[in-house]
Design a protein around this ligand. Structure first.
Ligand SMILES: Nc1ncnc2c1ncn2[C@@H]1O[C@H](COP(=O)(O)OP(=O)(O)OP(=O)(O)O)[C@@H](O)[C@H]1O
Length: 250
């Protein structure tokens, strides 16, 4: 089964087109990266996929279910960080992790052990008793990712997971994502960072002006050049279509 699906999804904010007939699938064991310029539609796509936004048209599916109405056993196999991390500012790092474990259906006796493992894994040891609201932005991002993954989800969505991280955090997240995918998880990440994406993704989808404008092979050289060539070609095709449309109407 395809674990994550956007099927012909479009979304407008007023007259602004944020997503334009986007179809995207992520299979188990794969890491798919969504890349694009600022405003390309990446977060809107992930919000539609996590049920935080009802798209103007099209459907989203997580493990075969409507993301706005996930059954408990399916929610327990899903993890995500989209926009802000799902952490409680008035709880400590360890309390947040225990809470996330319980919310994802982990048995009570396993939560302390799982939280402690996640603290170590994400390098949060010195802050294990700190309130989440006192953490630096990068450590808050580490905690959000730890909360979204300590139950080892089979479907995972991460929006800009390394945006605030130092080089050590980037490596930790890369290893975690790869490990989950190698264990069979379907992972969708959004990013602007082509180098980072090339290291973790099996497939790179280029989003531009809300549209899927092509795929990039993660390996090989000149990723940046190939990305810009794809974006420029999409702009040029749109301009030609607009001109043809105006000539037809005239
Ligand atoms: N709540 C909103 N109201 C109005 N317009 C919005 C809203 N959210 C997003 N948009 C618009 O939708 C388009 C896509 O935005 P989105 O945040 O999905 O892009 P993005 O690729 O995630 O950008 P970035 O890389 O800058 O985070 C943009 O033109 C943006 O201005």
């Amino acid at each position: 089964m395809t674990a994550l699906v956007l099927d012909d999804v479009s979304h407008n904010f007023g007259s602004r087109v944020a997503l334009d007939h986007l179809t995207l699938t992520v299979r188990p064991g794969r890491v798919t990266a969504l890349i694009g310029l600022n405003g390309a539609g990446k977060t809107t796509a992930l919000r539609a996929l996590t049920g935080r936004l009802r798209p103007t048209r099209g459907t989203a599916r997580i493990l075969g279910h409507n993301p706005a109405d996930l059954p408990g056993d399916v929610a327990a196999r899903f993890g995500h960080v989209v926009e802000s991390p799902l952490v409680y500012p008035e709880l400590t790092v360890t309390e947040n992790l225990c809470c996330a474990a319980r919310l994802h259906g982990q048995p009570g006796r396993a939560t302390a052990r799982g939280a402690s493992a996640a603290v170590g894994r994400m390098g949060l040891g010195p802050w294990r008793h700190a309130l989440a609201r006192t953490l630096s932005m990068g450590n808050r991002q580490r905690l959000g990712i730890a909360c979204a993954t300590l139950h080892r989800p089979t479907a995972l969505i991460l929006d800009e997971p390394t945006s605030a991280l130092d080089p050590q955090g980037v490596v930790l997240v890369r290893e975690l994502v790869r490990e989950l995918a190698d264990d069979g998880a379907a992972v969708l990440v959004s990013s602007h960072h082509l180098d980072e994406v090339a290291r973790i993704a099996d497939e790179i989808v280029v989003l531009h002006a809300g549209r899927d404008v092509g795929r990039l092979e993660p390996g090989g050289t000149d990723l940046e050049q190939r990305f810009f060539a794809m974006v420029l070609a999409a702009d040029s095709n749109s301009a030609k279509t607009r001109t043809a449309d105006m000539e037809y109407r005239a």
